[in-house]
Ligand binder design. Structure first.
Ligand code: PLP
Length: 381
């Protein structure tokens, strides 16, 4: 077994498992995922480290990811929507599961029945959860989110004051967490971080005493003031760079994306390449067409822009990205039909791909499509 320098082991795919039926293989290294969780726990020095597994664990697969995080000691999980929580509950019967977007009106009972906890973001959400608790004659656990300066989700300062002034509003609610979210955590020097920290402290002090949570992945690295009782990393678990800028990524890569060569050809000087003939061969070229495209989540704007890799050798993408294929300039690289080339791997991490596409690693990962064969390696439990 070869060890790649990015830590993702090169176990040959077992073609009998259907990998050859897909245009590409997405390999998720669960050992690296667990190592990233452990690394964040070390960094968080005493704060509980939850796992954010919304959007199918950032596209990597909620079941293997959530189970591996549980095996590493993670007990609290965040998803965005109730449907995601309903999928997660049978996988982790004993986990604390929070729904970041709160609950749509009418879905409270379905959530409560499965011990799923809403993040209550608004007064209507608080009233609905309280009303259900009253009907059931008890108290129901939830998180309360306050808006500390991002204007996205959570109670405004005024609403927090209204809640503080009317004890009946929270009477049915067992406040398990008071949380907020940072708008600029990936830019450590941004003045909004400190402003949000102060606003969060002030608002949380008006609410029932409960564990506090402010930090996402980047927030974990902003220093001890930002960590409170629980941190909520997502992207860093999956190997994404938590902080912007030049500093080395402290996380281990978790994802490797390979695509299969479906055809090789020689073209003469002057040949037009791909849709719109946006590239033209200046000299005779050797091309390889790989069987993935924008329908798999590879950004169309990366046509003529970035390379695939065979080992350390760059194979520039020429012409536009098609729905199901991309053309590579492979020169004299010793490649043949059916060979796999790396799109995300040791020579090009997910942040490099995102940078070239003028987006963020989150969007690249969550876009990676359903056609890839997904392969899980490493220690899951
Ligand atoms: C998505 C999300 C997170 C995780 O953010 P990362 O930047 O991926 O670590 C944490 N908290 C909230 C409220 C979120 O929406």
């Amino acid at each position: 077994m070869l060890a790649h320098s990015n830590g993702i082991e090169d176990e040959p795919a077992d073609e009998s498992d259907g990998f050859a039926a897909s245009g590409g293989i997405l390999t998720v290294d669960l050992t690296a995922l667990r190592a990233n969780y452990a690394r964040l726990r070390q960094e968080a020095t005493g704060a509980e480290v939850a796992g954010v597994v919304k959007a199918n664990a950032y596209g990597l697969g909620i079941e293997p990811v959530a189970k591996a995080l549980w095996a590493e000691g993670c007990r609290t999980f965040f998803v965005a929507q109730l449907c995601e929580a309903l999928e997660l509950r049978p996988l982790l019967p004993d986990a604390d599961i929070f729904v970041l977007n709160g609950l749509a009106s009418g879905t409270e009972e379905a959530a409560a029945r499965r011990n799923i906890r809403p993040v209550l973001n608004s007064l209507p959400q608080i009233r609905a959860w309280s009303a259900l608790a009253a009907r059931e004659g008890g108290r129901l656990p939830a998180a309360i989110q306050v808006d500390s300066g991002m204007s996205r989700l959570g109670l405004s300062g005024q609403e927090v004051e209204a809640v503080a002034a009317d004890s009946a509003l929270l009477a049915g609610i067992e406040t398990r967490l008071v949380m907020s979210h940072l708008a600029c955590a990936d830019e450590p020097a941004h003045p909004a971080n400190k402003a949000q920290l102060e606003s969060f402290r002030r608002l949380a002090a008006l609410l029932p005493k409960a564990p506090l949570s402010l930090a996402n992945s980047a927030g974990v690295f902003l220093g001890p003031d930002f960590r409170f009782d629980l941190v909520r990393p997502g992207i860093a678990l999956y190997g994404g760079r938590p902080l912007a800028g030049e500093r080395a990524n402290p996380m281990r890569p978790v994802v490797r994306l390979e695509a299969r060569i479906v055809q090789l050809r020689h073209v003469p000087a002057g040949a037009g390449i791909g849709y719109g003939l946006s590239a033209v061969a200046e000299q005779a070229m050797r091309l390889a067409t790989i069987g993935i495209g924008y329908a798999d989540g590879w950004p169309r704007r990366l046509g003529n822009h970035i390379a695939a890799f065979a080992g350390a050798r760059a194979l520039p993408m020429v012409g536009r990205v098609s729905m199901d294929s991309i053309i590579l300039d492979i020169g004299d690289a010793p490649l043949g039909d059916g060979d796999l080339v790396d799109l995300i791997g040791q020579n090009q991490d997910v942040d490099a791909v995102a940078g070239a596409a003028d987006t963020i690693s989150y969007e690249i990962l969550t876009s990676l499509g359903r056609r890839f064969a997904r392969r899980y390696i490493g220690e899951s439990a």
